[in-house]
Design a protein around this ligand. Sequence first.
Ligand SMILES: Nc1ncnc2c1ncn2[C@@H]1O[C@H](COP(=O)(O)OP(=O)(O)OP(=O)(O)O)[C@@H](O)[C@H]1O
Length: 302
Amino acid sequence: MRDSQPAAPRPGAASPGVPRAGAAPTGVPLLVAEQLRVDLGGRPVLRGVDLTVHAGEVVGLIGETGSGKTTLARAALGLVRPAAGRVTVDGVEPSTLRPRALRRFRREGHLQYVFQDPLRSLHPDRTVGRSVAEGLEVQGGLRAGEISARVAETLADVGLDPELADRHPGQLSGGQRQRVAIARALAVRPRLLLCDEPVSALDAAHRHHVLQLLDRLGRDGLGLLVISHDLGSVAAISDRVLVLHRGRVVEHGTTAEVLASPQHPYTRMLLASNGTLAGRGASVELRNRLRAELEADQLAHA
Ligand SMILES: Nc1ncnc2c1ncn2[C@@H]1O[C@H](COP(=O)(O)OP(=O)(O)OP(=O)(O)O)[C@@H](O)[C@H]1O
């Protein structure tokens, strides 16, 4: 595993499928997990995870289904309690807050979570405008006219025509819905955004646009944790990546480092099955060898 401090400067605009080098994290740490362990149903789901996301940084969290990615996000939101270690968001440890303080912490909206499926976070009977305004209404402090103006401004920010505010989610394309879900999270001006599989349900064109949007948000100073099973899409916009396997971070480094010389057999297998990223097609022999290495590693950590 590598040092988490990348050295290379942040390159130009994201081009999905083309990895970019990482940037030195100059912003304040917004999400910090330290030796985080979470048990669910009587068994460990996260086993001593260390992770930091700084302001202005995009970090990719990669792992197959069941590896514990969503559980990490839930721990950050204070929805599950660590069995050991801790997770802090902007210096606050949600699991230590009493219910009222936890509600206030959520209402303040420092951390926003964009669900894997935008249809889950957008009410089908609510207009786009109402959905985007919801967090602002809960937060309080703005008058109706100010809320409408913020909604229009945020929709424009994510590249949507503010006139879409009157539509319902069912009248939008998948890519537009994903942007609305992101706008909804951004409206309350969070410092940290967790996006769960932001592009996995989108076609290539929408995927490209949403990735560009996330890339720009990182440049604008937001801290972003992009969760995905697909190293290819996340590599395009991430400064650093962490690979989660069965609740452990098995690889951690700048995106360029991890892609150029993956250390763990699981990462090598992810790369081998993605010919575009690895710059080579994976032979059956190579995959079988990596799978055998992976099994040996699992036995060693069982
Ligand atoms: N409430 C729960 N009780 C018991 N086990 C749970 C609970 N929630 C999740 N798990 C288990 O914890 C493991 C990690 O789940 P998690 O949802 O974090 O995985 P994930 O990496 O996000 O997967 P996916 O990519 O499919 O969303 C899985 O084996 C899952 O079955």
